[in-house]
Write a protein that binds this ligand. Structure first.
Ligand code: UDP
Length: 325
């Protein structure tokens, strides 16, 4: 099969590309390298030179997208403005990419009748305190002065667009709401907590815990997410549906920091940083974010293989070898 991955040079996209190439498929990538990097796929270029085709371009380039969607059998749409810091630093470009970009992807997949998976985010749930979050839950956002919610709102619009295509034209589209995903090659540059804290611990620098550290998250290894994406896009029962994809073990950020210090054998201390110092006064965090994964488990048998200890071990090993370079 020919697989198009928008955002294929990003952290998750590059792992997905690798899995399809290992499967014997042809992979087409379009990535504008805004947060992705060719370094993420450099190791694939030589072994898969006849099967991997990389286009450094934006998904807003309709002519390029026309050619790529027309060529491929299946589309995974991962290109998006991601990372809390990136969204806050690039508020306008983030909304434009997330809304207009997805509009182009959906329009073309509909034109050529191609199957498509839209990567959404657990951000769309907003600021709930209950757990687990299930796909039918209400959503609760803060005011539009708090720019973090622009990301949630733009991705929610993507979901509505995808579901509207399914309802009106029968487009074979599936939406995956990703919870915090971690693994090798993820950078901490745009806010992601595990690579940031691991890097700080390995350098014996203070670990920056925002707020009081009682906010919680679950983490999924990227290999489990890739496994789920490959199955979801193939499954007819998934068309027109939204699925959480996330981890099981709920951990507070403070406990996460302690576990990272221990796992790294680090002498780092924990430094609490008020949210307004980290992000400015117009910021609100999500205090709790735990997925219900029954729906995806029922569809695919999803059962994340990597627990938090395994995830941390993998990231620490990767960071150790990377920091030496
Ligand atoms: N966080 C932190 N220190 C950091 C980076 C992030 O305490 O250096 C916190 C952040 O405030 C949030 C959690 O870790 O509560 C997860 O942040 P991330 O940006 O990885 O993902 P989010 O779930 O917020 O999208």
């Amino acid at each position: 099969m020919r697989i198009l991955i928008t955002g294929g040079a990003g952290f998750i996209g590059s792992h997905l590309a690798e899995a399809y190439l290992e499967n014997g498929d042809e992979v087409y990538i379009i990535d504008d390298l805004s947060t992705g990097s060719l370094d993420n796929i450099v190791h694939l270029r030589e072994p898969y030179r006849k099967k991997l085709f990389v286009h450094v371009d934006t998904i807003m380039s309709r002519n390029m997208m026309l050619e790529l969607v027309g060529t491929c059998d299946v589309v995974h749409h991962l290109a998006a403005a991601v990372g809390v810091e990136y969204i806050l630093d690039n508020p306008l470009a983030s909304i434009t990419t997330n809304i207009q970009g997805t509009e182009i992807v959906l329009e073309l997949c509909n034109k050529f009748k191609k199957r498509v998976l839209i990567a959404s985010t657990s951000e769309v749930y907003g600021k709930h305190m209950h757990a687990p979050l299930v796909e039918t839950d209400n959503i609760i956002y803060g005011p539009s002065s708090k720019f973090r919610w622009s990301y949630a709102a733009s991705k929610l619009m993507d979901e509505f667009m995808a579901l509207a295509y399914f309802r009106t034209t029968g487009l074979q589209v599936t939406v995956a709401r990703l919870f915090n995903t971690v693994g090798p090659r993820q950078t901490g540059s745009y806010g992601m907590v595990i690579p940031r804290l691991v890097k700080q611990a390995l350098r014996n620098e203070p670990l920056t815990v925002y707020g009081d550290g009682n906010q919680t998250r679950t983490f999924t290894d990227v290999s489990d997410v890739v496994w789920a994406f490959m199955r979801m896009v193939e499954n007819k029962e998934a068309f027109g549906q939204v699925f959480n994809v996330g981890g099981i073990e709920e951990v507070s950020i403070l406990n996460l920091a302690k576990r990272i210090i221990e796992a790294c054998g680090s002498s780092s201390q924990i430094q609490f940083i008020p949210y307004d110092k980290a992000f400015g006064k117009d910021f609100e965090d999500m205090q709790r974010r735990v997925p219900g994964i029954e729906k995806i488990a029922n569809l695919t048998g999803f059962d994340p293989k990597a627990d938090l200890d395994v995830i941390l071990t993998k990231v620490i090993r990767y960071m150790r070898s990377h920091l030496k370079e």
